[in-house]
Design a protein around this ligand. Structure first.
Ligand code: 5AD
Ligand code: SF4
Length: 474
């Protein structure tokens, strides 16, 4: 099974990325750690918390595993393929370890809980296994591992949000950053392993979130993305002010840090996104008009089996509401092809829903059965692989047409673009994003823009994934 399309939730280009905060780090460290991250943005964000904890222990980050004393893989379990990639990588590190005794190898993240005993005892691949809620115990676990013991902590917590830990921004462009606002997930979507690997939902202290946003802005950052498995169920009681902070309220508070600081968020569950959130988005110019609203399937029957708790009609009404309140809102989706019992009619329902929602883009997957999930226990994974593949191909082809249409409609329009850096292809061009999260590339020409500036760009052409334009006077 493989994911066909580059994914922002699972950005294929970033899978396995090794991180180090600076090219030349002035600090003196006793030891070096090397960390690779897999999976969703949440995992990449967690690696920044891990880096912060390790730095306090005298470990400096390196991009070069050959000079590392500690190698960490922050892993993902969401689909089988993600796990296979990590397993392969671990075997490679096992070999390196054989040649360099004393090197510690650790598994962090979502595979930790699932595969701890296999990794440690059966396959003897790693020295250290640490689950997503146990990163504070890393220093003790490393010490233990240094004495030759196998150390494990995969306990999930009902409280841990790492609220007080200031993440070390790894590999940052200095313009955009992620802020984790909640952890875990209480939605029991039957296909999904996340509730088991990341535990119960909990929201982070609102003051620590605002302080992090303010601090980033003070350091020159211009965009923050509020991250959570299900951001709309953010809920925090501010006892001092007798206020219940919902996600809508949180968005507003972050937007008020500065009109120059853009705010994004991900991911929304269609059942939870409220009018309050939509009106807040409409009210503040700096809250980006973009919603990632995973559909998963367009068939009410399959949605029920998936335990998504909405129907096809309900989803259609939600999209209509979004477009009513925020007419130029970008909408993207996640879609799973070939879930248990899916028929050709169900599949046709998915295609027609994609069409009616007119997604700007989607992340599209084969269904991959995950051990322990509700679906694995209750239903048979009965759609043959070739059928899954064919349906996925049809979904991808349709999305390509929808993305083409969406980009075509942008030709002639002018967007406010936040410049993130040079375009990948040429240093003579800037790359940035509009509010709808589309990438726009435009020539630097004689304008005096720099990274982190806002520019107005008129679109005059496009490719599958990029708008092409030219800067215009405001
Ligand atoms: N098989 C395929 N795709 C999955 N996703 C989650 N679990 C599975 C699975 N078992 C997809 C969903 C989710 C996205 C992050 O990954 O579409 O929204
Ligand atoms: Fe993220 Fe889920 Fe993968 Fe864990 S299993 S890294 S939460 S997508």
């Amino acid at each position: 099974m493989q994911d066909l399309v580059a994914n922002k939730v699972h950005d294929e280009a970033r899978q396995g990325e090794a991180f180090a905060p600076f090219t030349n780090d002035e600090n003196q460290y006793n030891k070096r750690f090397y960390i690779e991250s897999y999976g969703c943005q949440m995992n990449f964000s967690d690696s920044e918390i891990v880096a912060s904890i390790l730095q306090n222990e005298g470990f400096g980050a390196t991009r070069n595993y050959e000079e590392a004393d500690l190698v960490l893989l922050n892993t993902c379990s969401i689909r089988e393929k993600a796990e296979q990639t990590v397993r392969k990588r671990l075997t490679e590190f096992r070999k390196i370890k054989d040649a360099k005794p004393g090197l510690l190898v650790g598994v962090l993240g979502c595979m930790a809980e699932r595969l701890k005993s296999k990794f440690l005892e059966e396959e003897k691949l790693v020295d250290l296994v640490v689950g997503p809620d146990a990163y504070r115990t890393l220093p003790v676990l490393i010490e233990e591992a240094e004495t030759g013991q196998k150390s494990v902590n995969v306990l999930l917590s009902r409280e841990e949000t790492y609220a007080d830990i200031s993440p070390v921004r790894l590999d940052s462009n200095g313009v955009t950053a992620f802020i984790s606002i909640m952890r875990g997930c209480n939605n029991m979507c039957s296909f999904c392993v996340v509730p088991f690997t990341r535990g119960r939902e909990r929201s982070r202290d609102v003051y620590s979130i605002i302080a992090e946003a303010q601090n980033l802005f003070d350091r020159g950052y211009k965009e923050v993305t509020l991250l959570g498995q299900n951001v709309d169920s953010y809920y925090w009681i501010d006892e001092a002010n007798d206020e219940i902070v919902t996600f809508g309220k949180l968005l507003e508070k972050v937007a008020l840090v500065s009109p120059e600081l853009r705010v994004r968020f991900s991911t929304s569950h269609p059942k939870d996104i409220t009018d309050e959130v939509l009106f807040t988005m409409a009210k503040y110019d700096n809250i980006c008009n973009y919603i990632h609203l995973p559909l998963q399937s367009g068939s009410t029957r399959v949605l029920q089996l998936m335990n998504r708790t909405y129907t096809r009609e309900w989803y259609i009404a939600k999209v209509k509401r979004i477009r009513e309140i925020i007419p130029d809102c970008g909408i993207s989706s996640d879609i799973i092809a070939g879930f248990c019992t899916e028929t050709e009619d169900d599949h046709a329902d998915t295609l027609s829903m994609m069409q009616s929602s007119a997604y700007d883009m989607s992340y599209m997957f084969f269904y991959s059965e995950r051990p322990g999930t509700l679906a694995a226990r209750r239903y048979k994974d009965d759609v043959p692989e070739e059928v899954k593949k064919r349906r996925l191909k049809e979904i991808v082809e349709l999305q390509n047409r929808l993305s083409y249409q969406s980009n075509k409609q942008d030709v002639g329009k002018t967007f406010k673009v936040l410049i993130e850096g040079n375009s990948k292809k040429s240093d003579a061009d800037w790359m940035g994003r509009n509010s709808q999260n589309k990438v726009i590339v435009f020539p630097k020409e004689n304008y005096n823009y720099k990274k982190g500036d806002y520019a107005f760009v008129r679109v005059n052409d496009f490719t599958q994934a990029t708008l092409i334009g030219e800067a215009v006077k405001e």
